[in-house]
Design a protein around this ligand. Structure first.
Ligand code: NAD
Length: 364
C-alpha cells in the first residue's frame, strides 16, 4: 500500500495562498498519476497569523510542521505589518521556523529554460544548458559569530567573527555530496582557503570525506573565481556548496542567471529527509489578490520536495518536464510575458501544468 506522506501547508500572506493552491493542484494530479498519497494539514503563518493569533509563528503551526514529513510554504509579509515591532513582524516567523525545525542548509536551483533565455541579462549562448544548485550553510559563519564595537587606536572599531566547527561543515558538505549523487555528480566546494582559517577547515573537511563519495567529482573553487565563473561558464556547474555569507551572495547571483524571480524554487533541509520547500520570491503585495502571480516557483519547489525528501524522482522529473512543455508552447504569466495582453492567470498556468503532467509522465 502507498505510504501516506504528511505535508504541512503554510500558505502565508499576499500571493502565498494563490501560488500554494496551484502547487497542491499539481501534487494532487501526481497522486493520481504516480500512485502517491498525501495528507495536507494547513497552518497559519506570517501576517495572517499575527492578525488571528497575535504571533507570526503560532505553536500549533509549529506542531503541524513538526509532525509533517515536509513543509510547503508560500510567502509572508506585507505593508500592513511593516511597522510592527520585531516580534510582531512576519519575517521574524521565518527565522523562528528555520531555527525550530533545525534547518541548516538552503538549496537554490538555478535552471535556465531555453525558451526564457532572452529574459536574462546574459547572452543566450553563455546560458545554454545552465542547470545548477547552490547549497548554502544557513546557521553558522560570520552572520552568527560574536559581534561588538570597541575603541581602537584609530577610533571606533567594529568586529564580526566567523566561526565554523568541523561538525557544522561536515553535515552540510555530506548533504551536498548526496545532492550531487542525485544529479550530474559534480561538486564545486567554494571557499577562500588562501586567506581564511574557516575556509581551510572547510577544505580539509571536504577532502577528508570525499573518498566516501567516489562517484562524485570534486573541485575547490575560490569564491572570487566562482563569482566570475558563474557569469562566464554557468553551465559547467552542477552542485555548488559553500558557507553562509558566500552562499548568500552566490545564490542571488546564480538566481539572476534565470531572469525571473517567479521561477525560482528553494529547499531548506535539516538532518534526515525532512525539508521546507518554498519559492524564493516574497508575498508580492503589489499583485496580491489579482490572480496574476506566477505559480511556477512554488510548483518547482514541489519537484524539489519529491526528489530530496521523498525520493520520488520520476514524479519530480515529470513536473519539471511539464513546466518546460507548457513554457515551450509559449504560455506565460505576466512577469515573463513579452505581450502582457496574452498573459495567463495563476490558475490557468497551474491548470496547464497539471494537465501536462500526464504526457510528461509517459515520456519518463
Ligand atoms: P517580492 O519577491 O515579494 O516581490 C518583488 C517583485 O517581484 C514584485 O514586483 C512582485 O510583484 C514580483 N514577483 C514576486 N513573485 C512573483 C510571482 N510569483 N509572480 C509574478 N511576480 C512576482 O519582494 P518584495 O516586494 O521585496 O517583498 C514583499 C514582501 O515579501 C515583504 O514584506 C518582504 O519582507 C516579504 N518577503 C518574504 C519572503 C518569504 O516569505 N520568504 C521573501 C522575500 C520577501
Amino acid at each position: 500500500m502507498t505510504e501516506v506522506k504528511k505535508i504541512a501547508v503554510i500558505a502565508g500572506d499576499g500571493i502565498g495562498p494563490e501560488v500554494v493552491a496551484e502547487a497542491i493542484k499539481v501534487m494532487k494530479r501526481t497522486e493520481e498519476l504516480f500512485g502517491l498519497k498525501f495528507e495536507f494539514e494547513h497552518g497559519l503563518f506570517g501576517g495572517v497569523a499575527i492578525d488571528e493569533k497575535g504571533t507570526p509563528l503560532p505553536q500549533e503551526t509549529l506542531e503541524i510542521c513538526k509532525r509533517a514529513d515536509a513543509v510547503l510554504l508560500g510567502a509572508v509579509g506585507g505593508p500592513k505589518w511593516d511597522n510592527n515591532s520585531k516580534e510582531l513582524r512576519p519575517e521574524t516567523g521565518l527565522l523562528g521556523i528555520r531555527k525550530e525545525l533545525g534547518l541548516f542548509s538552503n538549496l537554490r536551483p538555478a535552471v535556465v529554460f531555453d525558451c526564457l533565455k532572452d529574459a536574462s541579462t546574459l547572452k543566450p549562448e553563455v546560458l545554454e544548458g545552465t542547470d545548477l544548485i547552490v547549497v548554502r550553510e544557513l546557521t553558522g559563519g560570520i552572520y552568527f559569530g560574536e559581534k561588538f564595537r570597541r575603541e581602537g587606536a584609530y577610533g571606533e572599531e567594529a568586529v564580526d567573527t566567523c566561526v565554523y566547527n568541523v561538525t557544522e561543515v561536515e553535515r552540510i558538505v555530506r548533504q551536498a555530496f548526496e545532492v550531487a549523487q542525485k544529479r550530474r555528480k559534480k561538486l564545486a566546494s567554494v571557499d577562500k582557503a588562501n586567506v581564511l582559517e574557516t575556509s581551510r577547515l572547510w577544505r580539509e573537511t571536504v577532502n577528508r570525506i570525499a573518498p566516501d563519495y567516489p562517484d562524485v567529482e570534486v573541485e575547490h573553487v575560490l569564491v572570487d573565481n566562482c563569482a566570475m565563473q558563474l557569469l562566464r561558464r554557468p553551465s559547467s556547474f552542477d552542485v555548488i556548496v559553500t558557507e553562509n555569507m558566500f552562499g548568500d551572495i552566490l545564490s542571488d547571483e546564480a538566481a539572476m542567471l534565470t531572469g525571473s524571480i517567479g521561477m525560482l524554487s528553494s529547499a531548506s533541509l535539516g538532518e534526515g529527509s525532512f525539508g521546507l520547500y518554498e519559492p524564493v520570491h516574497g508575498s508580492a503585495p503589489d499583485i496580491a489578490g489579482q490572480g496574476v502571480a506566477n505559480p511556477i516557483a512554488t510548483i518547482l519547489s514541489v519537484a524539489l520536495m519529491y526528489r530530496l525528501t521523498f525520493g520520488y524522482g520520476e514524479a519530480a522529473d515529470a513536473i519539471e518536464r511539464a513546466v518546460k512543455q507548457v513554457l515551450d508552447a509559449g504560455n506565460r504569466t505576466g512577469d515573463i510575458a513579452t505581450d502582457r495582453a496574452q498573459a495567463l492567470s495563476t490558475t490557468e498556468m497551474g491548470d496547464l501544468i497539471a494537465n501536462a503532467l500526464e504526457g510528461a509522465a509517459v515520456q519518463a
